[in-house]
Design a protein around this ligand. Structure first.
Ligand code: NDP
Length: 452
């Protein structure tokens, strides 16, 4: 191999990975006039656009129509027959992914896009497709990939990448895990009519969320006919003439069309050559960076899920923006990780921002404590729709300064509502600020300004 470096092969910045974070960093650096190469082994767009947030949300939207049609009867509609074409949904979803991929390619028009698998060679060198490129800075933004525990029969099981592209709709599915992906896919498959079983190893799903959210969403899942097993593990999966046989740790057997593992994601670091260059990684392979996104090796930086900080698309994008603004725009920005709101697109959905009750109790134990305001009510739509579901909102306030430090909710519009609550919390809004705000009637969100 010819390792000689010509000027064409030298860049100010090489970005490895063209997901949300990498694309943002590459685009902003190029806008500042940097010569940028971005290397991607699959397709430009990354997890969010191709295998995560976007296709998942399209399936969530698609699945909502089933309940809309059922609930429409109470509003006088008579829908005599309807059926769903799974393959059409998957095809249309894939067309949308292709459209977004093209938009991302356009965003990168000032950069050199290289399709291939990158390996680090030194603090300034990357090898791709047998060629060595050099750069003043290298940014690793390769994201993560689905993790599957090593159980017997795991090769028969699917992960979320596969679930987004199933050729045939599963009439029954077992989903292992109790986190974001497990619950979101449980909702999608159940709403389309699949018989869904969640198997979770812990006592309460959505570990780390406020305990009320965990408890109430479990009730909602069970109300929507999803079987939820807690404190249970899958010991093996095997093929039978009736479908896949899943054995549980209590000896029970479940037969289903598919078994999905949604047991977390791990950084995509193997094969990157990190050891060769001496980049420090953590227990699950995440790249360790400082507050400036720099690794222990000078000139090499990392952002997004590969650093396993807060694994959310908007966070990766913010990290990419801050990286390029600082490195190529001469700015001195820092990423603010406080009060990052997030949503779980369950059905009904969850939105959360700020501290959980438990975190707030601990934090304010010696500072006057906290007040809790809660409400739970039937959504107006369901008075005629007839569905047995509830909206739930909880607000946590620190007593010493009356500031709202956490809001947690369950309800169809909760992700939209919580996004704006996050602005209020970041701006330091007090409970009085919420109380002094007129509501919009009739909405679910008005409950936030009338909490007693
Ligand atoms: P999560 O970390 O949310 O959930 C993983 C689940 O798998 C947990 O319930 C965990 O249990 C369980 N688990 C882990 N290892 C094992 C094992 N060996 N055996 C059995 N169960 C196991 O990961 P996800 O895969 O759901 O999602 C990955 C990340 O992607 C999320 O953390 C989030 O950052 C992001 N994401 C965000 C979304 C959004 O914003 N709406 C949507 C989807 C993903 P335990 O609780 O006991 O650890």
């Amino acid at each position: 191999m010819n390792n000689k470096v010509s000027n064409d092969n030298h860049f100010d910045l090489i970005v490895v990975g063209a997901g949300s974070g990498g694309v943002r960093a590459a685009r902003i650096a190029a806008n500042y006039g940097a010569k940028v190469a971005i290397i991607e082994s699959v397709k430009v767009g990354g997890t969010c656009v191709l295998r995560g947030c976007v296709p998942k949300k399209l399936l969530v939207y698609g699945s909502h129509f089933a309940s809309e049609i059922e609930d429409s009867e109470g509003f006088g509609w008579q829908v005599d027959s309807y059926k769903h074409d799974w393959q059409k949904l998957i095809d249309n979803k894939n067309n949308e992914s292709d459209r977004l991929n093209k938009i991302y390619l356009n965003l990168l028009s000032k950069t050199t896009i290289i399709n291939g698998f990158a390996k680090l060679i030194s603090q300034n060198e990357v090898e791709v497709n047998g060629k060595v490129l050099t750069a003043s800075s290298i940014l690793i933004a390769v994201g993560g990939k689905a993790y599957m525990p090593d159980i017997q029969g795991k090769e028969l099981c699917i992960n979320s990448d596969d679930a987004l592209d199933l050729k045939k709709f599963p009439n029954s599915i077992v989903i292992n895990g109790g986190g974001y992906i497990a619950l979101e896919f449980a909702g999608i498959f159940a709403s389309f009519g699949s018989n869904v079983t969640i198997v979770y190893r812990g006592a309460n799903i959505l570990r780390g969320f406020d305990s009320d959210i965990s408890k109430l969403i479990t009730e909602e899942l069970r109300n929507s006919k999803i079987n939820v097993y807690t404190e249970m593990e899958i010991t093996s999966v095997s093929k039978t003439s009736d479908g896949l046989s899943t054995l549980l740790s209590n000896g029970e057997e479940i037969i289903s069309d598919e078994v999905m593992f949604a047991t977390g994601r791990v950084p995509n670091t193997p094969e990157l050559g990190l050891e060769k260059v001496g980049i420090k990684t953590g227990s699950i392979g995440e790249i360790i960076v400082d507050g400036n996104n720099e690794t222990n090796v000078k000139n090499i930086y990392a952002i997004g899920d590969v650093t396993n900080r807060i694994n959310l698309t908007p966070v990766a994008i913010a990290e990419g923006q801050v990286f390029s603004d600082n490195r190529f725009g001469g700015l001195n920005k820092v990423c603010d990780y406080s009060n990052v709101a997030s949503a779980v697109f369950t059905q009904p959905a969850i939105g959360v921002v700020g501290l959980t009750e438990r975190q707030a109790e601990e934090l304010f134990a010696n500072k006057g404590g906290i007040s809790i305001f809660k409400t739970s009510f039937k959504p107006m739509k369901q008075t005629l729709g007839g569905r047995n579901t509830k909206i739930y909102i909880k607000m946590i306030v620190s007593k010493h300064d009356n500031k709202v430090v956490g809001i947690h909710g369950i309800g169809d519009d909760m992700p939209e509502i919580i996004q704006i609550c996050a602005v209020a919390i970041k701006a330091g809004a007090t409970k009085d600020d919420f109380d002094n705000t007129m509501g919009i009637h009739p909405t679910a969100a008005e409950e936030l300004v009338t909490l007693k």
